[in-house]
Write a protein that binds this ligand. Sequence first.
Ligand code: DQA
Length: 151
Amino acid sequence: MAKILVLHGPNLNLLGTREPDVYGRTTLPQINRDLSLLADRFGVELESYQSNHEGELIDRLQAAVGNTDGIIFNPAAYTHTSIAIRDCLSAIQIPTIEVHLSNIHAREEFRHRSMIAPVAMGQISGLGALGYTLAFHALLEDFAKRGLLSE
Ligand code: DQA
């Protein structure tokens, strides 16, 4: 069975109460649950993981090698700062969709630059929790092209 890893970076565990005007009211467990339901429906294995620590996110990405076919990743603030996470994505070569709830390009200047975008398959930004669903479907499409969905 094809496998998707969903990774959430720092402070995303606070979703629901964290600046709801910017990030919406959907909680992280709700996002993960919706993705799990989708995964069940489409016959894909899915695992979700959140960490506030850069090194832990990197450890989880490295552990995905050989057992994961695609990644949905909101690196949160590390998007704008982490060369280490970018290097890791470059090294592991697992197709990754970068997701942001808010539109990072419409916010402060320091959020306009993503370290991750150049090594991601694509970026979804500004569509709220829907972005995760869209990222799931984008990966599914990629899996189909790679012949990973045939029983
Ligand atoms: C975010 C955008 C980042 O700039 C910010 O640091 C976050 C969340 C988003 O989902 O909109 O923590 O990745």
